[in-house]
Design a binder for this molecule. Structure first.
Ligand code: SF4
Length: 387
């Protein structure tokens, strides 16, 4: 995928706030604000210098992009077309929440070129959906998938969460089985993360609910991996499964550390050697763009060593791991030359293995991916490279 880049478009609006969410989102803003915000996105894009290479993916994330008028998302895609050619293979994804998707929106997204839907299902038990403050019930998930199929969407991803307070293994199995019955092309299964300051974290702190034990959460992950693999949805990243040919092109850009632009409030962009991000406040973002100001709020200049570390720990999340020749071509050295001692200790702990010309995580390494990432981030550089 070298020579490719991606575009992330942040749509921060949500109908209600889920208890576990710490994303940059706002509730209660009406259609007038949606329109004003999208105008700012288009203006920001008009002034951006695009990376070299071909655009592999446009990803509307949020927030709830399916909440806004479909023509507004179409207008952003039109502006992209004014700046660069879209290949037939360009993946254009809209994140959707069941309950916000209509037949009319699906038709207009398809006309605009959207060819992939990522649907936030999360669970198939209404008591869990309601405890998480999701805006939909289980029936709406099934309705959304069949409506999307009827409108010709042939690339549908579903998200689900395990490790929810009070969730049993049987309930998780019912969620996975029920989602598989919808024949998704891609599934993302996430262990629930408790983020500081969220209603979930405060409720857990007050002792109102309890998380499932770690062993049970591990059993949930193991059971799901087998169930999905048996159905031909193969793992290609720690949390992601796909039918052959349906791996998310957008996510692969991130894991391969390829460039991506990002539009909107709080959105983060990356180009080799530099990461930067916009102001988080939605109103502040709109005002800055409307006044002709650059909405960038900060940047991080990455040294060669930092990029190497990031390339390795992101790449290792993928089932295929990191290609040693690709690493050497990009950074001009072998991973063992750059970080010799860390490979020895990760190998001794049984977390990574070397196969032919690839470095991969072992099963234990996948379970302890955070430990591997930490070790790589902290690894001293054994080689003299230009910063
Ligand atoms: S719908 Fe998604 S972005 Fe919005 S509050 Fe819920 S988890 Fe967060």
């Amino acid at each position: 995928m070298s020579g490719e880049w991606g575009l992330y478009v942040h749509i921060p609006f949500c109908q209600a706030r889920c208890t576990y969410c710490d994303f940059n989102t706002v509730t209660g803003m009406g259609e007038d604000m949606h329109e004003r915000y999208v105008k700012a996105l288009i203006q920001e894009l008009a002034e951006e210098r695009l990376p070299d290479g071909s655009l592999a993916s446009i990803y509307f994330g949020g927030g709830t992009p399916s909440l806004v008028d479909a023509d507004l998302l179409g207008a952003v895609i039109d502006q992209v077309r004014l700046k660069t050619a879209l290949a037939p293979r360009t993946e254009i994804t809209v994140e959707t929440n069941p309950g916000t998707v209509t037949a009319e929106k699906l038709s207009r997204w398809a006309q605009a070129g959207v060819n992939r839907l990522s649907i936030g299902a999360q669970a198939l038990q209404n008591h869990h959906l309601s405890a998480l403050n999701r805006i939909h019930d289980a029936g709406a998930i099934q309705d959304t998938v069949s409506l999307a199929r009827n409108h010709g969407f042939s690339n549908i991803s579903l998200d689900a969460i395990y490790g929810i307070p009070g969730q049993t293994l049987t309930e998780w199995q019912a969620t996975v089985t029920g989602l598989l019955a919808l024949s998704p092309d891609h599934l993302s299964l996430y262990a629930l993360m408790v983020e500081e300051g969220t209603p979930l974290q405060k409720s857990l702190e007050r002792g109102e609910q309890r998380l499932p034990l770690g062993d049970l959460v591990a059993d949930m992950a193991d059971w799901a991996e087998k169930a999905l693999t048996d159905q031909g949805l193969m793992p290609y990243e720690i949390s992601n499964y796909a039918r052959p040919g349906f791996a998310s092109r957008h996510n692969q850009l991130y894991w391969k550390l390829l460039p991506y632009l990002a539009l909107g409030a709080g959105a983060h962009a990356y180009h080799p050697g530099r990461r930067w991000w916009n102001v988080r406040g939605v109103r502040r973002y709109m005002e800055m763009v409307e006044h002709g100001q650059d909405p960038v709020d900060g940047e991080e200049i990455l040294t060669a060593a930092e990029e190497m570390r990031e390339y390795l720990w992101l790449g290792l999340r993928q089932w295929v791991g990191v290609s040693v020749p690709a690493f050497s071509e990009r950074f001009g050295c072998h991973p063992k030359e750059a970080f010799g001692p860390v490979w020895l200790s990760l190998g001794n702990m049984g977390l990574v293995a070397w196969h032919d010309s690839r470095i991969i995580l072992t099963e234990r390494g996948r379970d302890m991916a955070n430990v591997v990432a930490r070790a790589l981030v902290d690894a001293p550089l054994a080689l003299s490279v230009s910063p």
